[in-house]
Design a protein around this ligand. Structure first.
Ligand SMILES: CC(C)(COP(=O)(O)OP(=O)(O)OC[C@H]1O[C@@H](n2cnc3c(N)ncnc32)[C@H](O)[C@@H]1OP(=O)(O)O)[C@@H](O)C(=O)NCCC(=O)NCCS
Length: 180
């Protein structure tokens, strides 16, 4: 478990699968994700089995908020494309409970993941891709300490149009632990 001030990150359990499927079938939630096709419980179960069988490559966590004495699971975050030789990894996040958007949980999650990547996994560079249209995400990442590296023009075809993608990263040298 990775504890923060308002959230904690924990391992994904099979019981989390229905919520994941609900989130990943919500058009508003996936508007700024690569996902575009309907997802079934069976498909997600198959993905889960593969994910837990390769713990060195996939680091999936659920985001729990301590909300008025109850724990509410609001989304998920993960590290993937882990390159152990060059000490880099890609980071991603999806808060599926939409009424929790814009409350700083995305920023806090990224700060916890940066601490985990640098302090626990000994990574040197953590990066992410974000659609140009995803203003909320870009602000959350900047607030968490990510800097823009560049723009990939017309990188993604989504909802009938091409969208530019930004690549952002944090290097270990420049990272400041936000103590969340
Ligand atoms: C993107 C996401 C992770 C951001 O997390 P969050 O908890 O909503 O974001 P935060 O509250 O930490 O930060 C949001 C920032 O955007 C601002 N913001 C909120 N709503 C906004 C909106 N509609 N448009 C632009 N900015 C907005 C907030 O004021 C805040 O900026 P600030 O730090 O300057 O105040 C979350 O909304 C999410 O998972 N969305 C669905 C999936 C997704 O887009 N994933 C990311 C793919 S790269």
């Amino acid at each position: 478990m990775l504890p923060g001030k308002r959230i904690k990150l924990r391992a994904m359990e099979p019981e989390d699968i229905p919520a994941m499927v609900r989130w990943l079938n919500d058009p508003e939630v996936i508007e700024n994700l690569l996902r575009y096709a309907p997802l079934s419980i069976k498909e997600e179960e198959g993905w889960y089995e593969k994910m837990i069988a390769s713990p060195a490559e996939e680091h999936y966590y659920m985001i729990d908020v301590l909300d008025e004495d109850t724990v509410k699971t609001i989304g998920t975050t993960h590290l993937h494309n882990v390159d152990w030789k060059n000490r880099s990894a890609e980071i991603a996040i999806c808060i599926g409970e939409k009424n929790y958007w814009g409350n700083g949980y995305g920023c806090e999650t990224m700060q916890l993941m940066l601490r985990h990547g640098f302090n626990d996994l000994n990574l040197n560079r953590m990066y992410l891709y974000v659609f140009d249209t995803n203003e909320r995400a870009k602000k959350a990442y900047l607030a968490a300490g990510f800097v823009e590296e560049g723009r990939l023009r017309q990188d993604i075809y989504k909802n009938g149009q091409y969208i530019d993608t930004h690549i952002m990263s944090v290097l270990r040298d420049e990272w400041q632990d936000a103590r969340v």
